[in-house]
Design a protein around this ligand. Structure first.
Ligand code: PEP
Length: 253
């Protein structure tokens, strides 16, 4: 595992053949990239993408997971099912899950414990709305999401998670946080981790930035001391852009 993780969140985009082609194109170049690469296709394409990236350094992740192990939960996908098709990661509490589907910190927390129990790495997303930033509430919002989403997380399990700071106003809008804005929140998250656990554990947890990351801004974001990678939406749908973003990790380090 290197310092940087470059994660692609394909959201509800692409079809079966496009998903396969994108995964294959990323996998073909993955050996040239110093960063760890992760692709998170829609659930229905996980199997096909798994086949394309098998035997390559590209990891597979899900965009969501349900906390119950099985049963009458129509439309949901358990952690065991995700593991069964080869997922190593699951994104939890993405802003679209929080703000479109109404997920709460308590929901994210249940999912976090289920994902860890199932042996996958959770990528827990936090981030403030524009109105919250403009009214000076960013730190308080992040701290509340941190506490609620990570409730009951032991020190041992804390070393197994990834956190993603995704300001809601920067997701899919073309408005990227400045490297200073990202670093400020990331340094705050590192401190929250350090205060709750210890400095060594805090340092071992990768903190990703997400929100309109593109090839031309990725390296500068990742050159910040507390930015250990990026979670990429729109630009992860083109292999060349995703790989150019990943190449930014080498320039940053
Ligand atoms: C995301 O989907 O997590 C994201 C950050 O999207 P975009 O890169 O398109 O802003």
């Amino acid at each position: 595992m290197g310092r940087y993780l470059i994660a692609g969140n394909w959201k509800m985009n692409l079809n079966q053949s496009d998903s396969r082609a994108l995964a294959a194109a990323i996998a073909a170049q993955a050996g040239d990239v110093e960063a760890d690469l992760l692709v998170c296709p829609p659930h229905v394409y996980l199997n096909q993408v798994a086949a394309e990236i098998a035997g390559t350094p590209v990891a597979l992740g899900a965009q969501n997971a349900y906390h119950e192990p099985s049963g009458a939960f129509t439309g949901e996908t358990s952690v065991a099912m995700l593991a069964d098709v080869g997922c190593q990661f699951a994104i939890l509490g993405h802003s679209e899950r929080r703000h479109v589907m109404g997920e709460t910190d308590a929901d994210v927390n249940k999912k976090l414990h289920a994902v860890l129990a199932g042996g996958l790495t959770p990528i827990v997303c936090v981030g403030e709305l524009l109105a919250e930033r403009e009214s000076g509430q960013t730190d308080a919002v992040i701290a509340k999401q941190f506490e609620g989403s990570l409730a009951g997380l032991t020190a041992e399990d804390a070393t197994k998670i990834v956190l993603a700071y995704e300001p809601v106003w920067a997701i899919g809008t073309g408005k990227v946080a400045t490297p200073d804005q990202a670093e400020q929140v990331h340094a705050g998250l590192r401190k929250l981790l350090s205060d709750r656990y210890n400095a060594e554990i805090a340092k071992s947890i990768r903190l990703l930035y997400g929100g309109s990351v593109k090839p031309d801004n990725a390296a500068e974001l990742m050159s910040q001391p507390n930015v250990d990678g990026v979670l990429v939406g729109g630009a992860s749908l083109k292999a060349a852009d995703f790989l150019a973003i990943a190449a930014g990790a080498s320039k940053a380090s």
